[in-house]
Design a protein. Structure first.
Length: 363
C-alpha cells in the first residue's frame, strides 16, 4: 500500500473548487476543473490530477490561462465542427467540445470535433468516458503546442510534446474498454510526481541534456533539461508524429516548431481532434458478444494469481474503487506546492488551515 497523505475525494474536490474560486473562476468552471482533476487522481493518473494546480496558477499569473472563457464554434459543417478554445481552462473547452460532439453523433451517427488553442485539457480518458457513457465509440488525437518534451527516435533533444492517443469502446452491462496513454514512455506529470517523491523513473524513459540515458526525473524540471523518450522506440515516435498532425494541424491549431515555441513551461496548450461513432449503426449484431468473448479469452491466459490479466480500462477502474474507499494518496511535497498555490490564488490562511485540518490524514 502507498504511504503518505491521503485525501477523501469529495472533500478534496471541495478544496479545489474553493481554491479556483479565489483565483477568479466562476462556480461552474471551478466545478468542472475540480471534478476533472480529482477524477484523474481517482483513476490512478496522479500526473493529471490535483498536482497540476500549481502550474495552472502560474500560467494564470503569467497571462496564458484565461479564466471564465468558453470554446466558440469556428466552422460547423454538420457532422464536422471546429472550435476555438480561446485559451480557456481545457476542462471547460473540452467539456463543451465533447458535449457538442455527442449531440452531433446522436444526430448524424458519427461526428468529428476539432478543438484548438485550449489550455491543458487534462486526462483524455475522462473525455472518452463521457462518450462511452453516451453509448459511443470515440478516438482522440492530441498534441501539446510549442512545449517540446520528447525526443524523436534517434534524436537527442526535445522536439514535440507527450501527444496522447485515446480510444474507448462502450460495453453493454460492463465498463468500457479504454486505451489512454501518452506516446512518450511516461507522461511528463509522472516525472513531476517522481521528482517530488525523490524517486527514480524506470529505464528507457529519459535522456539527459547530452542525450545520455538517465533515471533522474530532475532532468525534466531543473536546467539543463533533458528529454522524455517515446514508448516502443520508432513505433511510439511514429504515433506521436501522427497525433501532432491530426491533433494539431487538422484541428485548425498549430504544431510544434520554431515559430510556435512557448516561453513558459506552464503555457500548456492542447489541440484535439475527436472522432465519435455510434456503434449501433454498424451491421454488427454480434458485436457485444464478440467483444465479451475476446475479453474472457485473453483473461484465461495462464498468469500469476496475484497479477490477473487486465483489459484496457480495468486498471483505472480498480484504482477508482480502491481510492474511493481508502483515499487519494499524495506526497507531502506535492501537497505543500498545492497549498502554496492556494495562498497565491488568494485563499486566506485561516481557510487554508481549516481545509488542511479536514483533508490531511497520514497512513
Amino acid at each position: 500500500m502507498e504511504t503518505g497523505l491521503r485525501f477523501q475525494a469529495a472533500k478534496l474536490q471541495e478544496f479545489v473548487e474553493a481554491l479556483l474560486g479565489y483565483a477568479g473562476s466562476e462556480s461552474q468552471e471551478a466545478r468542472l476543473v475540480a471534478d476533472h482533476l480529482v477524477s484523474a487522481n481517482l483513476a490512478g493518473h496522479d500526473s493529471h490530477g490535483v498536482g497540476m494546480i500549481p502550474s495552472y496558477i502560474r500560467s494564470l499569473a503569467q497571462g496564458y490561462l484565461q479564466l471564465n472563457q468558453h470554446a466558440s464554434v469556428v466552422k460547423d459543417a454538420g457532422a464536422v465542427v471546429t472550435l476555438e478554445g480561446n485559451a480557456a481552462f481545457g476542462q471547460v473547452a473540452a467539456h463543451e467540445a465533447i458535449q457538442l460532439g455527442i449531440e452531433k453523433a446522436r444526430q448524424f451517427g458519427l461526428a468529428a470535433v476539432a478543438l484548438h488553442n485550449s489550455h491543458h485539457i487534462g486526462r483524455i480518458g475522462y473525455w472518452a468516458e463521457k462518450c462511452a457513457a453516451a453509448g459511443f465509440i470515440s478516438i482522440h488525437f492530441v498534441n501539446v503546442v510549442g512545449d517540446p518534451m520528447v525526443a524523436p527516435f534517434g534524436g537527442k533533444d526535445s522536439r514535440f510534446g507527450t501527444n496522447p492517443l485515446c480510444v474507448v469502446f462502450p460495453r453493454k452491462d460492463a465498463p468500457p474498454l479504454l486505451l489512454d496513454y501518452a506516446t512518450s514512455a511516461i507522461a511528463f506529470g509522472k516525472t513531476r510526481v517522481a521528482w517530488h517523491k525523490g524517486e527514480p523513473v524506470a529505464d528507457g524513459c529519459l535522456i539527459d541534456e547530452q542525450g545520455l540515458p538517465t533515471n533522474d526525473p530532475a532532468v525534466m524540471h531543473v536546467a539543463p533539461l533533458g528529454s522524455l523518450l517515446t514508448f516502443a522506440q520508432h513505433k511510439g515516435y511514429a504515433l506521436a508524429a501522427m497525433c501532432e498532425i491530426l491533433g494539431g494541424a487538422l484541428s485548425g491549431g498549430k504544431t510544434t516548431h520554431q515559430e510556435t515555441l512557448q516561453a513558459s513551461v506552464d503555457a500548456i496548450f492542447n489541440c484535439m481532434t475527436t472522432i465519435i461513432l455510434n456503434p449501433e449503426l454498424f451491421d454488427a449484431p454480434d458485436m457485444q458478444h464478440q467483444t465479451d468473448a475476446f475479453v474472457e479469452w485473453v483473461k484465461q491466459s495462464p498468469h500469476d494469481p496475484a497479477q490477473p490479466v487486465q483489459v484496457p480500462g480495468e486498471w483505472e477502474m480498480h484504482n477508482r474503487e480502491t481510492r474511493l474507499a481508502q483515499g487519494i494518496p499524495l506526497d507531502e511535497s506535492s501537497w505543500n506546492a498545492i497549498c502554496q498555490a492556494a495562498r497565491e490564488a488568494g485563499m486566506p490562511d485561516a481557510e487554508l488551515a481549516r481545509f488542511r485540518g479536514e483533508l490531511c490524514s497520514l497512513n
